[in-house]
Ligand binder design. Structure first.
Ligand code: SDX
Length: 431
């Protein structure tokens, strides 16, 4: 944050207040209102935080108007094409691309933390078989606080590092086991001789009765999906993790809170909702009916996978995902996938409709991801858990950044109170 001396002048009832303006390395200037209530006795009002910067950060930058996303300055399309998920994890966590030796060490540390405490499997067995895998993940991740006591003290840098590696390493195992439990198949343990994405696919689709051969096309597509979902500035679930962490709560409990928030259909749950919507549309001739519903103010229906709080242009991740969908489905010989055809026609018709262009509503990361995941063999209930596996590194990176920030304070927003003013209690006999 630069120490520019620019100020914003605020006048209230004839009194003038100077509020410092800070300029970032990229993006909009910010007005520092931290002393506003103390000097002017007023709050700012911003439900949904559409115009509020909640923190300083150096991790991810988004330009919503240009449709740009950068992790530590590197554009997402370059990372998706040239890097791989664990290297992006290193970049998000430590700020720079790793040297070969650093990458080898990091990948070894993650690989050697992929197993869960053996007793944790009993948590899975306590759920109904038809439990949504996100419900299981919230429970199991929260329960990690009860098993990994040697990495819960957030004041200890070494414990923070161990918790970070454990979370990134164990989330694929937790998600895969939630899937296996839901389909009544035995848990498949991780292996140390295959890469992160391949390990996840093998734990999901392997069975003890035969060796599982990882399809390199699917493994590369899985790794790219992990890379595209890794972090995204101060989105709802990341803000949830930051707020939970600001009280000093342990990292596992805070990540469980992030998983719970991500589950919502307006956020990470949109990938599941989008594929279910595309299936409901079924054929291109029904698209106008659904576009009309999305435009109807009296109809709560919205096009899932469309629109974004920040992007008022194409979500750059959606572009990469669309290209990946074409590649993967062609390589799998399902390029005529009806759901993909409906998605492409829906995108074309929506983008040609003034309602969507005027409101700057474009496909987001969730619009095409489900099509790839479905082609890979995942049920829709696994789409958001896969998003959570990837986003864990973003949550952890933002958590580490906040905990290390000397300015960190417990998050405690105020309100515009519209309720009853002071009044005396009325005994029931007098009511
Ligand atoms: C993710 O924040 C992040 O970074 C999130 C994420 C990440 O990586 O962490 O990018 C992941 O959550 C992507 C978004 C996934 N959600 C969906 O695809 C669900 C469908 N999209 C909408 O629910 C909506 O677009 C949101 C929630 C994504 C954004 O909502 P906003 O910013 O609060 O916008 P809004 O609701 O104020 O909408 C502005 C206008 C409204 O019309 P008016 O009241 O101005 O007349 O656009 C309309 C909305 O009705 N609108 C839509 C629409 N999205 C917004 N109309 C139809 N279909 C839609 N999808």
């Amino acid at each position: 944050m630069s120490d520019e001396k620019r100020v914003a002048k605020l006048e209230i009832d004839g009194k003038s207040y100077d509020l410092p303006i800070f300029s970032p390395t990229a993006g909009p200037d910010v007005i520092d209102i931290r002393k506003l209530y103390g000097t002017a006795g007023v709050f700012t009002y911003d439900p949904g935080f559409t115009s509020t910067a909640s923190c300083d950060s150096t991790i991810t930058f988004i330009d919503g108007d240009k449709g740009e996303l950068q992790h530590r300055g590197y554009p997402i399309d370059q990372l998706a094409e040239k890097s791989h998920f664990l290297e992006v994890c290193f970049l998000l966590l430590y700020g720079e691309l790793p040297s070969p030796a650093q990458l080898e060490d990091f990948e070894s540390r993650v690989t050697n933390h992929t197993m869960l405490h053996e007793q944790m499997q009993y948590f899975f067995r306590g759920f109904r078989r038809d439990a949504h895998p996100m419900a299981i993940m919230v429970g199991v991740v929260g329960a990690m606080s009860a098993f990994y006591h040697d990495s819960t003290d957030v004041r200890d840098e070494w414990q923070r590092e161990v918790a970070s590696i454990r979370m990134i390493a164990k989330m694929p195992t937790i998600a895969a086991w939630a899937f296996k439990y839901s389909i009544g198949q035995p848990f498949v343990y991780p292996r140390n001789d295959i890469d992160y994405a391949s390990n996840f696919l093998r734990m999901c689709f392997g069975v003890p009765t035969e060796d599982y051969q990882v399809n390199p096309i699917l493994s590369r597509a899985m790794d790219r999906i992990f890379t595209l979902h890794a972090d995204h500035e101060q989105n709802a679930s990341t803000s949830t993790v930051r707020l939970a962490s600001s009280s000093g709560a342990n990292p596992f409990a805070c990540i469980a809170a992030g998983i719970a928030c991500l589950w919502g259909p307006a956020h990470g749950g949109a990938n599941q909702a989008c594929l279910e919507m595309l299936r409901e549309i079924g054929t291109p001739d029904r698209i106008p009916e659904f576009i009309a519903r999305a435009k109807d103010k009296d109809d709560p229906f919205r096009l899932m996978g469309f629109g974004h709080r920040v992007y008022k242009n194409f979500d750059p991740r959606a572009k990469v995902m669309k290209q990946s969908a074409d590649e993967v489905l062609e390589l799998l010989g399902v390029e005529n996938n009806p759901t993909l055809q409906v998605a492409k026609e829906l995108e074309a018709q929506a983008l040609a409709d003034p309602y969507f262009s005027e409101k700057k509503l474009f496909p987001n990361v969730d619009f095409y991801s489900g099509i790839i995941l479905e082609a890979m063999g995942f049920p829709t209930s696994m789409f958001t858990p896969i998003f959570a596996v990837s986003r864990t590194v973003g949550w952890i990176s933002q958590w580490k950044e906040m905990i290390a920030d000397p300015q960190m304070k417990i998050g405690r927003p105020r309100q515009l109170y519209q309720g009853a003013t002071l009044r005396d209690y009325v005994d029931i006999e007098k009511r």
